[in-house]
Design a binder for this molecule. Structure first.
Ligand code: SF4
Ligand code: SF4
Length: 386
């Protein structure tokens, strides 16, 4: 795999075309990634219906700028993603998200199509170490290449979401919940993500870190101006560098740790050549991390924890999702998105059954009203990493 990560400073989205072109030129120019007549999927992060300033989705100007460069090479770009697991993967859902995220307007202006085909195809990946079969959205199946256009965000379950995690969006709608149900510890979930990233093998990875998300991401964290664009041919390398910028200890990042266990390189910053801006100059030391789960306390991967302690001490060692009743509008997105049917409607408000809940935080990620709060015990507060 390629071990180079490129960084360009981009203080705001008004300068995106110029800065994005600089980044791609630094990487060898768009001609290296897109050829005349090729169908290219621009895999955005379209997690849920949110405005660009909420920093939930990849900014539409980034997608349009990449698509514009690909078009100049004669390629045919198509914007596609399957939103978070609580949303049915329908043309109506996609249209709402395209419109609110600003993607539709940006696409029309740049002459790029948005995907409305909501079919999917089963695929096999014999080399998958954990997962050998996936269902993936049809435009990705049919594309000559995927450009992975992710957002820099914290993530309650996987600690951060960057290039590797963004690829999970090729799994259609509610099918995503099945992966959370089957793989509810972060180590195994990270393993599935690495298998999927290797199968999809995006030709180009670009991270929108102009306006990132800190705190309890990826759906309800706080926007944070970082002013960067990052690029790499390797999604893992990109995440290693992004994690450094966000100040996330690699040992607390389940994707990086699983990559290390699998001897996938590069998984350490020392193995990566950073080109462009100086990494030390662009780190954000006070970047607010998300509250973290047992996985990040180093407990979850231990068999004795899973077998003996987890059922007894789940509430003590993890952050619990809680419905904020006066914000809940009973839209049922969290009910659809919960992989283990732990959420139900009680008196026209969502209610979470703590015993059933596996702490995947999909409900927090998907709630359009930010009506799922997080609660942690005093023991968790004592043990959590600094
Ligand atoms: S908590 Fe309420 S508003 Fe939020 S997703 Fe669930 S039902 Fe909808
Ligand atoms: S209630 Fe628990 S298991 Fe269900 S989506 Fe929320 S965090 Fe995940």
């Amino acid at each position: 795999m390629d071990n180079k990560v490129y960084i360009v400073q981009c203080p705001n989205y008004d300068e995106i075309e110029e800065k994005l072109t600089s980044l791609v030129n630094l990487m060898g120019g768009m001609g290296k990634f897109a050829k005349n007549g090729e169908k290219i999927v621009l895999k955005a992060n379209l997690l849920r219906e949110a405005r660009p300033e909420q920093a939930v989705c990849t900014h539409p100007s980034v997608i349009a700028a990449v698509g514009g460069l690909a078009r100049k090479e004669g390629a045919v770009p198509l914007i596609a993603d399957s939103p978070g697991g609580g949303y049915r993967y329908t043309a109506k859902t996609l249209d709402k998200i395209y419109r609110t995220s600003g993607m539709l307007g940006a696409a029309e202006k740049a002459g790029i199509e948005v995907n409305r085909d909501t079919t999917s195809r089963p695929v096999s990946y014999a080399d998958g170490m954990l997962t050998k079969h996936f269902d993936i959205i049809t435009p990705v199946f049919e594309a000559d290449a995927v450009f992975n256009l992710c957002k820099m965000k914290t993530h309650l379950f996987t600690v951060m979401t960057g290039a590797v995690k963004n690829i999970f969006g090729v799994i259609p709608g509610l099918s995503k919940t099945g992966y959370h149900a089957k793989l509810h510890d972060t180590t195994r979930f990270a393993g599935m993500l690495l298998d999927l990233a290797q199968y999809i093998s995006p030709r180009l990875n670009i991270m929108d870190a102009v306006l990132a998300m800190e705190g309890d991401g990826p759906g309800s964290g706080d926007p944070r101006q970082v002013g960067l664009l990052l690029g790499s041919e390797d999604p893992l390398a990109l995440d290693v560098v992004a994690g450094e910028i966000m100040g996330i200890d690699r040992t607390q990042n389940p994707i990086i740790m699983e990559a290390e266990r699998r001897a996938l390189e590069p998984n350490r910053i020392e193995e990566i050549e950073v080109i462009g801006a100086n990494l030390a100059d662009v780190k954000v030391p006070d970047f607010k991390r998300s509250q973290v789960s047992a996985g990040s306390l180093g407990l979850e991967s231990m068999p004795w924890y899973q077998r003996i302690l987890e059922p007894l001490a789940k509430n003590a060692f993890t952050v619990r999702p809680r419905v904020i009743w006066d914000r809940c509008i009973a839209c049922e997105t969290c009910i659809e998105g919960c992989p283990v049917e732990a959420v139900s409607l009680v008196k026209e408000r969502a209610f979470i059954d703590d015993d059933k809940c596996i702490r995947c935080y999909c409900c927090h990620e998907l709630c359009p009203e930010e009506a799922i709060g997080l609660f942690s015990s005093w023991l968790y507060q004592l043990l959590k990493p600094a």
